[in-house]
Design a protein. Sequence first.
Lengths: 431, 717
Amino acid sequence: MSPSKKARRVAIIDGLRTPFAKSGSAFKNLSTLDLASGVVAELVARSGIDASTVDRVVYGAVIADVSAPNIAREIVLAGPLPDSVDAYSVSRACATSTQSFVEGAQSILLGETDIVIVGGADSLSRPPITYSDRFIDILMEASAARDLSSRVKAFSKTRPRDLAPKPPAIAERSTGKTMGHCAEEMARENGISREAQDEFTVRSHARTLDAWESGIFDSEVMAYPIPPKFTETIVRDTIPRSDTTMEKLATLKPVFDRKYGSVTAANSSPLTDGASALLLMDASVAEALGYEPKAYLRSYAFAALDPNWQLLMGPAFATPLALDKAGMTLDDIDLIDMHEAFAAQVLSNVQAFASDKFAQQRLGRKKAIGEIDDAKFNVYGGSISIGHPFGATGTRQIATMANELDRRGGGTALITQCAAGGLGAAVVLER
Amino acid sequence: MTYTNFRFELSDEGVATVLIDRVDASMNTLGIDLIAELAEVVERLEQDDVKAVVIGSAKRDFLAGADIRMFSGAVTADTAIKGLQAIHAIFDRIEALHLDAGKPVVAAIHGVCLGGGLELALTASSRICSASPRTQLGQPEVQLGLIPAAGGTQRLPALIGLAAGLEMIVGGKPVRSYKAKKLGLVDEVTPPEVLLEVAQKRALAAIGAEAPERGIASKLSSDNLQRLALEKNPAGRRLLFKKAYDVMMKQSGGHYPAPKRAIEAIRIGAEKGRAAGVAAEIRFFAELVLTPETAALQSIFFATQELKSDKGIDSDAEPREISNVAVLGGGLMGGGIAAVSTLKAGKTVRIKEIDDAGVARGLAYVNKVVTRQAKRRRMSSFEVDQILNRVTGSSTWAGFAQTDIIIEAVFEDLDLKHSIIKEVEKVVGENTIFASNTSTLPITAIAEASGRPELVVGMHYFSPVEKMPLLEVITTDATADWVTATAVKLGKEQGKTVIVVNDGTGFYTSRLLGPYLNEAAYLLEEGASVEAIDEAVADWGFPIGPLLLTDEVGIDVGAHVATILHAAFGDRMRGPDMMAGLIKDGRKGRKNGRGFYLYTDGKRGDVDETVYDALGLGPRVRVSEEEIQERMSLVFINEATLCLQEGILRSARDGDIGAVFGLGYPPFRGGPFFTVDQMGADVVVAKLEALEARFGERFAPAQILKDHAETGKSFRK
């Protein structure tokens, strides 16, 4: 704990992620922990930080691995950080790593820590698949059995249908609706056309490819050699496609409402494997160690809304709160980076940002948040084109925006996400 | 009752606990004093109030074996026999405690239990050991040219069977707790904390009980079936002994008398009974203890022990702590250095390569080495993850700022090394050591490009790094002592035996290869066949002959090194010109499947008879084995003594260790300097002078040899 009375300030020193790959492809044999350990080890090596000076790791994953429920601590124990580094894990659906970022930031602001590593990861290639409740009961009974005959007796109750595996649910527990259905509803209610969604998708892919071509991602994406043979090294995201055209997208069938819908596999973010992490420090500590921060935290906010309404409208709820805390309006923001769960969700939020009516009815504010200037918006694409490992997206966005502010030599950036359960997150960075 | 080397305690129930606690020593070893006092302890155990016995240790190891200095030096066959008979008498009395007096004896083993330590444990009625990774049980005597002679050759095979007993005694490799349980060497494996308590309970429970029958599972196990099929009948036994003999001959080349004698002692015991076996093991031991092979092996053992505590410098500079190691180059050498740095030394490692594929190759190599070890050592997947996660790699210079030491293993090209050293110094800290894994380029020449020559040092590893035991650390006049000491310490942490040599072309080990390989080429030119040369040298005791070695190293690499050595040392190190013919013919050795030998699918076959054409040589003539062996060995030995004379070597001891562990010089000959001492310097000089008269200056004896010939001084004593 630093005794300094000087006002504390959260500095983003460095950010890194693995390339993102469609689930079941390049990273299919790697666990969430493998990816997370890989990115943290590389971040530690690249930053040149003395590993024993790291105070804490805050990390998260949405699909928890039962063999490593506190993934943050497992990263420490199996990696280059000494065992003395404190670590805990968080979960906030698609805003999970924004949550780890915020908690790392809070502990720095409180003077509890000086140096923190935060981040998130998910591997959807290997989700934990369980059995039916009935078969779980049978297994528990059998494992508690004291002799062979009662064990046999327990298993004798098994019926074939009990053995059907139960993959993790992707539907909202409260409403029973999947995210895709919610996006579909939002498209309908807000009048977002299939064409508009596809156009946004083409834009995303083009921007991500441009970013790769111009080397924007080189410093924030690590090359990932695939164990155990290491004959293949993934150096780039595998999701952005140069052949993404309106004509091609138009041929795709809607997935969630096959008859009347407009949400397709292409204009949604795909199931993705990947991990990301940030190195945070108190600004004065960074200065003492000779680090030049890429950006600083200005403010953050979370918001929650009724999941029965427009589930994925979180950005429009969280953003005004974060701007208020920053003492800013949307016009003061130079870069806006919104998580792209679905093109329909992004465009619905863009609409809501600009709407006085939305502000009055839903936020209890007189005026709209503001018109989003397309030139500032998702400048290097987003989750549709880069991919969306649930836990990794928040810190992926923060790293890219911090680097962009660093490149521009100043300015402000808003990072925002929607998350399952009707949650929203927003972070304002400055340089 | 109190003893000097033992702790004794008798419980109310009559369980006596004897803990070995050798006075004024950190390690329990069997010395004369300890054995004498053990007799007193046994006398106490024979009294009626003692109903059961537990033997354990008050130190962190059980018993590391006999104090081998007891058997070196002024020992004679007679004193050895008398000493062993005394030990046998006491061990027999311990055994009689349970066999005759019905007092259960339980050995509680934690830590090292080797040689005489295991032989003591074998006298007990039951053995249990701790699950600690420190715990190991074995009869390593053959590695020192001896055999177990305190009953080991008899009691061990009787307990675990002939096949397993032969393997443990003839191979000399210790086993860990779980293997010991599987072999039936111990009856139970416990957590270390409760070991003694469990032993005491076992001893108490066994009072008055019949010796426990082995469970049905072990009776029907495949090991036991083999025992029934082979060991219980004479024909099967013969087969077993023949197999053990063949394996031993294949592994040792028949140069070592100890394993032969070990097999013989076990065979006599199996065929003629315990008493005959015991008499044989004592007789063989007394014979072995005086052989030159045993003296050579023990001299290597002591030298290796000494080097463990040698900081490698003469000042009192302290090594610095290394936590981050960087390796430049992810090939065979770089990958191997990275692997031992994480696996053995526990360092954080970063590999630098020119592209991602190079990085991946390095990581793949580390992964391969670690996975192999993981299987052998029963590591958990968590331990494996930890070891592998310490290694990262990059094709850029990002992440090298915190490196404590950079070890370069790039191509042997001075300009390349110069440009690398300049690049490195731009990205690393002011105190980062730059170590070169060059095998021939002078470190002084490499350091010329450095702004911090005091931080430049040579670390010459041998391939494959994870298997070869030697590290040659090379210092220049400018190298700071703390840098040398740090390189030595890191080498030891990587599991290496480390010698420090002064800079010079080829340092010590590579330089020795120059005249040695040249001599093989001269023999070839004179008409000796490839087989004749390689077989004669292998018969002399080198693991492989010089021409096969050239194929393995790479003919192009060999030629490159030869040019460098010739340039540095002049005509004395000039090889015959015809060798250029091999390069012209596109022969690079094993790596391109064309060399002195034929290769099909990477497997070596016979000598490639077309190689003589490529060399422009005519038909082969017979050159005697003695001639080949004498020329090959003396040219090697002479060069070693020159290295000592010129101050390349710090000591003759280091020269012996370097030759044995780095170049495969026959261990039973103790190293080149040990060989000179055994032959007599005057004899060596006379032979060299005779060869000089025939072949010229390349055999001119070193001045230091002539001096020793005159004064009768020896190198190693």
